[in-house]
Design a protein around this ligand. Structure first.
Ligand code: NAD
Length: 477
C-alpha cells in the first residue's frame, strides 16, 4: 500500500505503528494509503527547520528561485498520473478532474516562478532626500488546506510563498493528505534547501493549532470552513500575524429572462454539481426570472439526469462519490429541511440505486423548485450537489436576495444585456462575479471572499504580495 510520510528538515519521517493512519476510498472503502500522523512536537520541529532554511532561501536570488520552481513544476508533471490516481482514490473525484487539478498546480508553480522575478521596488526623490520601497519575504508561513481540492489549493499557497522567499510548514487535510504530500515531495526534491518545505500531518486542532500559535510562523495562509477561519484569526491576533483566509461560500446564480436559457442551465448545472458540489464557489442558490422559471427548471433537471455517476477511477464518469458520510448527511438534511418547508423535488434527492453504489457515499445531483430564504439550503453552505431554484420578479429583488447572505465569495449572472450584467456585477457583494461565465477563478487574477467568506486574496500578484512585507528605506542626502 502507498505510504505517506511527513517531511521535516529535509528528511522523510518513517511511519511507526503508533502513529499510522489508514486512508480509505470514499467510493468503495478500500484502503488507499497509510499516513504518518504527527503531534504538536512535530509541528514545532518543522517550524524550527523552516526558520533555519529561511535564512538561506530568503537570500537566494529571484532567478535561482524561479529556476527551482520551474523544476518543481516539471517534476509534478512527470509524476502527475500517479498523483492523480491517488487523488481520485482518497477524495473521490473523477480521474479526469484529478489530472486537471495536478496539472493546474504545476502551472501555478510556473506562474509564480516568473511573478517572483518581478518583485520590483519603488524610488522617489524628495527635496530632503531619497526614498526606496522594497518588499521582503514575511518569514516562515503555515499553509493549512482542506480536502476538496487538496493539491490545487496547496499550490495557490506554495507557489507565491516560495517565490516571495518564504519557507513553510504545510498541514494538508487529515483525511486526504496523500496526493498533497506527493506534490510537496516533488517541490522539496526540486532543489530547495533542507527545511524550506516541511509537511506535518495530523489533527487540525493539534498540529494546525500549533502552526497558528507558535511564534515562529509569521503568516497563516488558510483555506477551509468559516468557523475554523474565525478561530485562526482570533489566535493569530495574539501576535498580530498576517492571515489570508479563504472560507466558506453560498454563491448565488441569477438568470435573467433575456438570456440564452439552455446555455445558462448547462453552466448552472456544471457549477452546482461538479466535484459533487464540494467547491467553495459552487452554485448554491439559483434565482430565475419568473417568466422563464419553469422552462429553466426542466432544463436543469435534464442536465442533472444526463450526468454519469460512479467510481472516479472508471473513465467517462462525470461525478464520483461525496467525500465523506458527514458531507452526504448534511446534504440530505438540507434537502429534507427544504422539502419540509415547501420546496418541490424536481430531480435526485437520494442515493443512486445498485450494487456499485452500496459501499460509497454516492448521492444523485438534485434540483429543487420553489425554494425560499426560510430554508437552510439558501442560508448555509451545503457543500453538496444541490441546485435550489427560487423565482424573482425584478432584478432589484434578485440582487437583494443574492446579497442577503453572510457569505460573499462568488456570484454569477446570466443576461444578454451587457449593461445589466456590469451594473449587477457592481452591486453584488462578492469577491468574484461571473457575468455569463460560471467560474471566477483565473490564475493571474485575485481570488477571495467578502464578508464571512474570507480576508485577503490569493492568486495573481495579490497572492504574491500576501507573502511580502513592505519596507521604506529613507536616504538623507
Ligand atoms: P476545515 O476548516 O475543517 O479544515 C481545513 C484545514 O484546517 C484542515 O487541514 C484541518 O485539519 C485544519 N484545521 C482544523 N482545525 C484547525 C485549527 N483549530 N487550527 C488550524 N488548523 C485547523 O475545512 P474542510 O471541511 O476541510 O473544507 C471545507 C471548507 O473549505 C468549506 O467550508 C469550503 O467552502 C471551504 N473552502 C474554501 C475555499 C475558498 O477558496 N474560499 C476553497 C475550498 C474550500
Amino acid at each position: 500500500m502507498h505510504q505517506t510520510h511527513m517531511i521535516i528538515d529535509g528528511e522523510q519521517l518513517s511511519i511507526s505503528s503508533h502513529n499510522a493512519k489508514t486512508i480509505y476510498n470514499p467510493a468503495d472503502q478500500e484502503a488507499v494509503a497509510v499516513v504518518s500522523s504527527g503531534t504538536r512536537q512535530h509541528a514545532r520541529l518543522a517550524l524550527e527547520a523552516a526558520k533555519r532554511a529561511f535564512a538561506v532561501w530568503s537570500e537566494t536570488s529571484s532567478e535561482k528561485r524561479a529556476e527551482i520552481l520551474h523544476s518543481a513544476a516539471e517534476l509534478v508533471r512527470e509524476r502527475s498520473e500517479t498523483m492523480a490516481r491517488l487523488l481520485t482514490q482518497e477524495q473521490g473525484k473523477p480521474l479526469k478532474n484529478a489530472r486537471a487539478e495536478i496539472l493546474s498546480s504545476a502551472d501555478i508553480l510556473d506562474y509564480y516562478a516568473e511573478e517572483g522575478r518581478r518583485n520590483i521596488g519603488e524610488w522617489l526623490a524628495t527635496h530632503r532626500g531619497r526614498s526606496i520601497v522594497i518588499r521582503q519575504p514575511v518569514g516562515v508561513a503555515a499553509l493549512i488546506t482542506p480536502w476538496n481540492y487538496p493539491v490545487d489549493l496547496l499550490s495557490w499557497k506554495v507557489g507565491p510563498c516560495l517565490a516571495a522567499g518564504c519557507t513553510f510548514v504545510a498541514k494538508p487535510p487529515s483525511r486526504a493528505p496523500v496526493a498533497a504530500t506527493e506534490f510537496l515531495r516533488a517541490v522539496h526534491e526540486a532543489g530547495l534547501p533542507a527545511g524550506a518545505v516541511n509537511v506535518v500531518h495530523g489533527p487540525g486542532e493539534e498540529v494546525g493549532a500549533e502552526l497558528v500559535e507558535n511564534p515562529i510562523s509569521r503568516k497563516i495562509a488558510f483555506t477551509g470552513q468559516t468557523e475554523t477561519g474565525r478561530w485562526i484569526m482570533a489566535h493569530a491576533a495574539d501576535r498580530i500575524k498576517r492571515v489570508s483566509l479563504e472560507l466558506g461560500g453560498n454563491s448565488p446564480f441569477i438568470v435573467c429572462a433575456d438570456t440564452d436559457i439552455e446555455k445558462a442551465a448547462a453552466a448552472c448545472a456544471q457549477r452546482a454539481f461538479s466535484n459533487m458540489g464540494q467547491i467553495c464557489i459552487s452554485v448554491n442558490r439559483v434565482y430565475v426570472a419568473e417568466e422563464i422559471a419553469e422552462e429553466f427548471g426542466e432544463l436543469l433537471v435534464r442536465q442533472a439526469e444526463r450526468l454519469r455517476i460512479g467510481n472516479g477511477l472508471e473513465e467517462n464518469v462525470d461525478l464520483g462519490p461525496m467525500f465523506s458520510r458527514e458531507q452526504r448527511s448534511r446534504t440530505k438534511e438540507h434537502v429534507a429541511d427544504a422539502l419540509n418547508k415547501g420546496a418541490e423535488l424536481l430531480s435526485g434527492g437520494r442515493e443512486p440505486e445498485g450494487e456499485a453504489f452500496d459501499k460509497g457515499y454516492f448521492f444523485l445531483p438534485t434540483v429543487l423548485g420553489g425554494a425560499d430564504h426560510s430554508m437552510r439550503i439558501m442560508r448555509e453552505e451545503t457543500f453538496g450537489p444541490v441546485a435550489p431554484v427560487m423565482r424573482f420578479k425584478t432584478l432589484d429583488e434578485a440582487i437583494r436576495l443574492a446579497n442577503d447572505s453572510n457569505y460573499g465569495l462568488a456570484a454569477y449572472i446570466y443576461t444578454s444585456d451587457i449593461t445589466t450584467g456590469i451594473r449587477a456585477a457592481e452591486r453584488l457583494e462578492a469577491g468574484g462575479v461571473g457575468v455569463n461565465i460560471n467560474n471566477v477563478m483565473d490564475h493571474q487574477m485575485p481570488f477571495g471572499g467578502w464578508k464571512e467568506s474570507g480576508i485577503g486574496r490569493e492568486l495573481g500578484l495579490y497572492g504574491l504580495q500576501s507573502f511580502l512585507e513592505i519596507k521604506h528605506i529613507r536616504l538623507g542626502l
